[in-house]
Write a protein that binds this ligand. Sequence first.
Ligand SMILES: [Zn+2]
Ligand SMILES: [Zn+2]
Length: 428
Amino acid sequence: MFSKKAVIATLAAAGLLGASALTLDVDIRLKDSQANAATSSSSAWSRTKPYPMQEVYYPGTETLGANEMRVIACGTGMPQPRLKQAAACFVVELGNGDKFIFDMGEGSFERIMALGIPLDQLDKVFLGHLHLDHAGDFPAFYFTGPVNNRLTPLRLWGPSGVRPEWGTETWAAKMQEQWAWEKAGRGSAVDPRGLELEVNEFDWMAVNNVIYDERGVTIRTLPAIHLDQSVSFLLDWNGLRFAFSSDTLPNKWWREHATGADLSIHECFIPPQMMMDRYGMTPSEAVMVGTQGHTAAQAFGKIMSLTEPKHAVCYHFQNDFDTQIVVAEEIRKTYDGPLDLAIDFMTWNVTKSGVRTRMAVPNHESFPAPPQMTKQPPDSMKAYKWTEFSLSGVEPESAAVTNALIEAFNKRNGTDVKPGLTGLPFKK
Ligand SMILES: [Zn+2]
Ligand SMILES: [Zn+2]
């Protein structure tokens, strides 16, 4: 095999998209098993009590330790959409109660919702750059947050642009303009607080630049080498460091400042030959994209050897039974430390004593978590006005059925909800 250490295939949780992730760190897994066995009530397995070993993470069932960090992959894939992997997104939860989202690529919003975390608690988003596979789900997350019971303003951090119109501030302003109708319609029907957006644009070229410093949590940026105006992030809290590359070539700033991180998540691509086969790329496209615009697997291994994280994670490739062997072989030519090949819903519990890797079991049939605060009525001044044209098209006999339903609803619930549209034809 490709590792000096034993290779253990992570068990795919029931119905978990056929996940086939590899975890290449037998030492930590053995430690976990022993720890779990020690906390069980009896060394003998009961036929009716919970089994002593639980190698999956069920979201919403575990208390996060006061000194613990939990990171969940909500997107590990590519710009090419696929069911198994959304594009880049990692949720970081801290023992002080803070939660952060790093990157929000296409498809990641539904992964986040499958964790059941109330959206009020996910009010901080950090974008490493504005490619669709790192920012594409942000508009959906922002605009439909209030529909999903986010009642607090959303806070966004993103890089400045080489040109002002390419920066995060303009991007967020244009996004609001582009979705003006969505905002007008949606905004007039929900608690308005969730539609407030705080935009924090920072200098993409600043090195080790503090962009966030609250409640003992510091987040810094490093310039990334990825078509300019891209950054990587370092989160420090309670003596733990989380490093996230977003997209970048291995660079001197990462080497200097990300060294020794507890959990180091860095992008990594499949080899150019494979990109030609799988994507239909020309040789020059494959070499350019796979080694210049992004980090080749061997180069990922090299930068991990140079920066010696306690635990390394590679992401940003289609992680399948055939690609993962190739990627791991490439990485093992230059790095032999602890390593995970990330797949969606991979979860890391990070403490001073080490990193535990498991797969989370997502809820495939999730509804929004209940609102955490009392809802405020929508802003009546911003109420959306339907055109007479639409109102004139309501079919009267169906409207009578709907009105009867509303009447019954009011009776059952002791309410007095007025049928705003279907009542109209009968008011005349
Ligand atoms: Zn990118
Ligand atoms: Zn990317």
